[in-house]
Design a binder for this molecule. Structure first.
Ligand SMILES: [Zn+2]
Length: 391
């Protein structure tokens, strides 16, 4: 049994403990979290002492592991329509290069304190690395198909891929890529599959333009990629108002990006679905659209917020701590405790993994992190903070 202490222990599920002690089984399971004056503590020499704050490991709610080989390939600040064109044109590579990049990214995420990941998949490429990873993954099998006649065949391919993940012992559900890339019949089939959903939403202003008036750069880009858009009819409403009702029966929905979601629309959406999570990927938003959402406004709206890194095609590192630093810089009014919740338990709940991860609680295996270079008496997120995995 390990006894680990620091200046402050933040279990997340309960109030922070000054000088608290985390007791950990050899297999990583939490045996107990004790106050500094507990009668159950061993003598001081048997306790590992650290300077800083102890917290549960992070949850990355949105990643695309299979795009890891695209690091640095796409220019920054070009906008989503050009970015999508770049992904389509450049994602092909040798199988060995894709596998090596994924293995490297998986190891780097573990090292950066990430315990669980919600990962978007278009292929079976990531199965091997996930099977041998210490990270717990939920794989979201992402479908695209704007032509209604092709809905059944696209869905059939999706269920086949989901079954491949399931046969490998990996949790997987079928999800829509985005409101603009999935036909209504395909949305219906995805909803009928009944699993947790993750969907890119309102990442660019031209997404709503497409739905409201059938115009804009995104629609033009989809046409230029040779995607037949005749099956698409503008609804006269925003993309989110158009498609959220189609997912009403999904147990949980993670909406990713939301850079252009109006606050009244967020309020409306929270009233539509109780299992709604809003995922912020600030570095990717800065990379692609040069616009970081006002996540402090999301919190004032009562949103359940989690954090994602997106892929290495639109990020330089897969680090939840880096995302927290950028959010704190851009939205300084977000309290440190709220940032920690977004990075841990909120992501765990969004992925349906809250029974095992996201808090320091007895019998969970959440991973244990040390945040260093931090004022434990008045914790605040700064660029100086470091993360070390203890468990
Ligand atoms: Zn994404």
């Amino acid at each position: 049994m390990r006894f680990i202490t620091a200046d402050l222990v933040c279990p997340i599920s309960s109030a922070p403990l000054t000088g608290g002690v985390v007791v950990v089984h050899p297999d990583g399971r939490i045996a107990d979290v004790l106050p500094s004056d507990s009668a159950h503590l061993p003598d001081a020499t048997a306790t590992e002492r650290h300077s800083g704050i102890i917290c549960p490991a992070f949850v990355n709610a949105h990643c695309h592991l299979e795009l890891s080989h695209m690091k640095g390939l796409l220019p920054e600040g070009t906008g989503l329509d050009d970015f999508i064109g770049g992904i389509v044109a450049q994602r092909d590579a040798a199988h060995e290069a894709i596998s090596a990049a994924m293995a490297h990214a998986d190891a780097a995420m573990w090292q950066a304190g990430i315990q669980a990941v919600g990962d978007i998949c278009n292929t079976s490429d990531s199965i091997a690395v996930k099977r041998s990873s210490r990270i717990r993954y939920h794989s979201f099998i992402e479908l695209m198909g704007i032509s209604p006649e092709r809905a059944l065949s696209v869905f059939g391919r999706g269920t086949g891929l989901r079954d491949e993940y399931a046969e490998a012992g990996l949790a997987a559900t079928i999800v829509p890529h985005a409101p603009y890339s999935v036909s209504q019949p395909l949305f219906g089939l995805i909803a009928s599959a009944g699993g947790a959903v993750s969907m890119h939403s309102q990442e660019t202003a031209s997404e709503d333009l497409m739905f409201v008036s059938g115009t804009g750069a995104l629609l033009e880009r989809l046409r230029s990629l040779g995607i037949p858009m005749e099956g698409f009819t503008p609804s006269g409403q925003s993309s989110l108002r158009t498609v959220l009702p189609l997912l009403a029966d999904s147990p949980r929905i993670i909406l990713v990006h939301n850079s252009f979601t109006a606050q009244e629309e967020m309020h409306w959406a929270n009233g539509q679905h109780r299992g709604l999570f809003w995922c912020a990927c600030p570095t990717a938003n800065r990379y692609i659209e040069k616009r970081i959402p006002k996540v402090d406004d999301w919190l004032r709206n009562g949103a359940q917020v989690c954090i994602g890194t997106d892929s290495l095609a639109s990020n330089h590192r897969l680090s939840i701590l880096d995302e927290m630093k950028l959010l704190a810089c851009h939205c300084p009014s977000i309290p440190f405790e709220d940032l920690l919740r977004m990075a841990t338990i909120n992501g765990a709940m969004a992925l349906g993994m809250e029974k095992g991860t996201g808090t320091l609680e007895r019998s969970k295996m959440p991973g244990v992190l040390l945040l260093g270079n931090i004022d434990a008496e008045r914790p605040a997120m700064t660029d100086r903070i470091t993360v070390t995995r203890l468990v």
